[in-house]
Design a protein around this ligand. Structure first.
Ligand SMILES: NC(=O)c1ccc[n+]([C@@H]2O[C@H](COP(=O)([O-])OP(=O)(O)OC[C@H]3O[C@@H](n4cnc5c(N)ncnc54)[C@H](OP(=O)(O)O)[C@@H]3O)[C@@H](O)[C@H]2O)c1
Length: 330
């Protein structure tokens, strides 16, 4: 059994990691940390986990083959030292996702720049072979995951793309703040960040395309829809052929229905799963394409992708513990 620890277990990503790891047939959870809830049972914070016999702790004196750092960006680089060399590490934060110049551009100065190159960018569809050999993995951002997977097959046709993102409330984490309380958050279509969203850096790094994000907070609890617009010349068949690069990917489903309400991806139909639904529309007369990508931000956008990476790092079938269909209706 793989001994796994979750640092930052009281957050939304930590909670999903605990839920998925608890059901994973090859994993034993050896520790879950929280400073605020040390000593409390995990279901006091994550009520869906009632019945799971686990308590939070605040120290890092545990035994683990793999440590998931589910903490805010800026924190991982401060605490990573104590796990280096003794455990494999999967960092959920942004601290080790970007090469140095992009990190500086999007986040500022890094406390451990010498470590950045040691981390593999944990998007299995692009970096599967490197992840298999990695000790340290930087799990991608949720908006970045959806957008990179939509854009990657078209990275040579355009230098720029417009990206419209609809993002759920859980993407902001479990921290209390006025913007996320119910009277302020419900029923919004709020532009969160019109330019220079930090996940743009990941898209540039992985695709070479300068993607201009507009992130909208919308009235859903989980899920992300990334709508990517770019110029495209060629036939519909050529467009589809590019997307077929994902034909054998276990977690990518191409949505190609010609009619019906569900002919385009919608986060509603991936929730609770590690799937990415990718679809498209093509305006041949005006040489414009749209590729759409829907994920559950807490699973393929976070904890599910981290477990996919763990499976690869430990030589398991990458679907282990993740091989289930989404919830419906939700
Ligand atoms: N939410 C998403 O959809 C999503 C998707 C992909 C990636 N991520 C990334 O995953 C990470 C966690 O996100 P989240 O949404 O779960 O955030 P969150 O709900 O705010 O949880 C943050 C966790 O970090 C712990 N923490 C905060 N400061 C800490 C410190 N200085 N030392 C140790 N632990 C500390 C908190 O625990 P205590 O305060 O109880 O100790 C809490 O468990 C972030 O880096 C986020 O950007 C989030």
């Amino acid at each position: 059994m793989i001994k796994a620890a979750v640092v930052g277990g009281s957050g939304y990503i930590g909670g999903e990691l605990i839920r998925l790891l608890a059901m994973h047939p090859e994993v034993e959870i050896t520790a879950v940390t929280s400073r605020r809830f040390a000593g409390k049972k995990v279901h006091k914070v994550h009520p869906n986990l009632r019945g799971l016999d686990l308590r939070f702790r605040s120290d890092y004196e545990f035994d683990a083959d793999v440590v998931f750092l589910a903490v805010p960006h800026g924190t991982s680089m401060k605490i990573v030292e104590q796990f280096l060399g003794s455990s494999k590490i999967i960092d959920m934060s942004a601290d080790f996702r970007l090469r140095s110049d992009l990190y500086r551009e999007y986040y500022g100065e890094h406390l451990r720049p010498e470590l950045i190159e040691e981390f593999v960018y944990g998007l299995p569809e692009l970096h599967r072979e490197e992840i298999k050999k990695a000790e340290l993995v930087a799990n991608p951002g949720c908006n970045a995951t959806a957008t990179i997977l939509a854009l990657y097959p078209f990275r040579d046709v355009t230098e720029e793309a417009i990206v419209d993102l609809k993002v759920s409330s859980s993407a902001g984490g479990r921290r209390e703040n006025v913007a996320s309380i119910h009277p302020e958050r419900s029923h919004v279509v709020r532009v969160y960040k019109p330019f220079h969203h930090r996940h743009e850096g990941e898209v540039i790094q992985e695709t070479g395309v300068r993607a201009m994000f507009t992130v909208h907070s919308v009235d859903i609890v989980r899920g992300i829809l990334s709508t990517v617009y770019f110029p495209f010349e060629g036939s519909l068949r050529e467009l589809l052929k590019r997307l077929l690069v994902y034909r054998d990917e276990p977690f990518i489903r191409l949505v190609t229905d010609k009619g019906g309400l569900q002919r385009f991806p919608d986060p509603k139909y991936v929730l609770g799963s590690n799937f990415v639904d990718i679809g498209f529309a093509y305006d041949k007369e005006n040489s414009r394409a749209i590729v759409l990508s829907a994920i559950d931000n807490l699973i393929k956008g976070g904890s599910g992708q981290a477990i996919q990476n763990m499976n690869l790092m430990f030589g398991l079938d990458e679907r282990t513990g993740l091989d289930y269909y989404p919830l419906y209706p939700v």
